[in-house]
Design a protein around this ligand. Structure first.
Ligand code: NDP
Ligand code: OXD
Length: 310
């Protein structure tokens, strides 16, 4: 009988137990910290597991992330690197992310923040407004989520470019890649969006040096991870007008501390890590499928490259 350990403070353990066992009645579903005999555990279904937990499971066959991102798993310095890690890839999540990214991009593009301010001051004044085709949007990360959102922004008529590690083709999107492609990508980008995974190569990538390579007055949208941004650098760029506004869904520390300047900054929109909610109804099928595959000796789906970290 296969055994799974569930560990998350952000997800409903009882719902997962009932739903997974509805599909796999023979599964022994255990909820941390009631793990029982650790040598029994075949699979771990996790969000932000504590350091050393996964290493303490000697017969672990696969780790399932309860999200699209896996940085919360690779953050564990004791992670057993030989165990495959699977993440969420799902049209439901791409749809949700697309909505948030398109909404924020349109709000920047159509100067919503300024009209909001004007409304509060009862000012009736038209502001200059380029059309979407005259607006250069840049997407960092052209994967499942960034690639999808970039494609939809292009369909809205924006002039969209994307930046990835390796060359990627996304319909309607001009591709740049690698360290060599970054400066040219930034130089043409007026609205910069980050949908990178958080890895050793991308941590702190949005810093003063990178922001300075954007045209003055460009804006920034982050739905990747807080760890991509050097927050003090972004605040300085906002204060000095190098960056005109920012929409931030993710932060170095979550929940965002009450004393963070982002809460009150007149040029910043804060949302509480909700850009693409991980809907458990959309996630459960791939967990069940992977257990069935593993039990049948078939390859797992949605595995990540443990060397690359995404
Ligand atoms: P993918 O793994 O599908 O795509 C990652 C993209 O980033 C790829 O295009 C990849 O390049 C590129 N990339 C990775 N490393 C580098 C690098 N060093 N330099 C340049 N490009 C790089 O990820 P997803 O699109 O599924 O998800 C992206 C992230 O979104 C997640 O990791 C998570 O952090 C975040 N997220 C946030 C949510 C929220 O609610 N705010 C919800 C869900 C996810 P290449 O194509 O060459 O491999
Ligand atoms: C995820 C997230 O990675 O919600 O799925 O951030």
């Amino acid at each position: 009988m296969p055994t799974m350990l569930f560990r998350s403070n952000a997800d409903r353990a009882d719902w997962w137990r009932e739903t997974v066992m509805g599909e796999l009645p023979e599964l022994d579903f255990r909820i941390w910290p009631d793990a029982g005999e650790l040598a029994d555990i075949d699979y771990a279904l996790v969000w932000k597991p504590e350091t050393g937990l996964l290493a303490s499971l000697p017969n672990l066959r696969a780790i399932f992330s309860l999200g699209a991102g896996v940085d919360h798993i690779f953050a564990d310095a004791e992670l057993p690197k030989h165990v495959p890690v699977c993440r969420v890839i799902n049209p439901n999540m791409a749809l949700r992310m697309r909505e948030w990214v398109v909404m924020q991009t349109l709000m920047h593009h159509r100067r919503h923040r300024e009209y909001d301010r004007q409304q509060r001051m009862k000012v009736w004044q038209e502001l200059p407004q380029p059309h979407a085709g005259e607006r250069k949007v840049g997407m960092m990360g052209l994967g499942e989520l960034g690639g999808d959102a970039a494609r939809y922004l292009a369909m809205l008529g924006f002039d969209v470019a994307g930046w990835s590690r390796t060359p990627r083709e996304v319909e309607g999107v001009t591709g740049y890649h690698g360290a060599d492609g970054l400066d040219a990508f930034l130089a043409r980008t007026e609205i910069l969006i980050c949908l990178l995974p958080l890895t050793d190569a991308t941590r702190g990538i949005v810093n003063r040096g990178l922001l300075a390579k954007l045209p003055r007055g460009a804006s920034f949208i982050n739905a990747g991870r807080g760890g991509h941004v050097v927050e003090a650098d972004l605040l300085a760029a906002l204060d000095e007008g190098d960056i005109s506004e920012a929409s931030l869904d993710v932060f170095q520390t979550e929940p965002l501390p009450a004393d963070s300047r982002f809460w009150d900054h007149p040029q910043v929109t804060v949302t509480p890590h909700i850009a693409a909610f991980s809907d458990p109804r959309a996630l459960v099928d791939q967990v069940v499928e992977n257990i069935r595959r593993d039990q049948a000796g078939d390859p797992l789906i949605n595995t990540v490259d443990t060397g690359r970290g995404y």
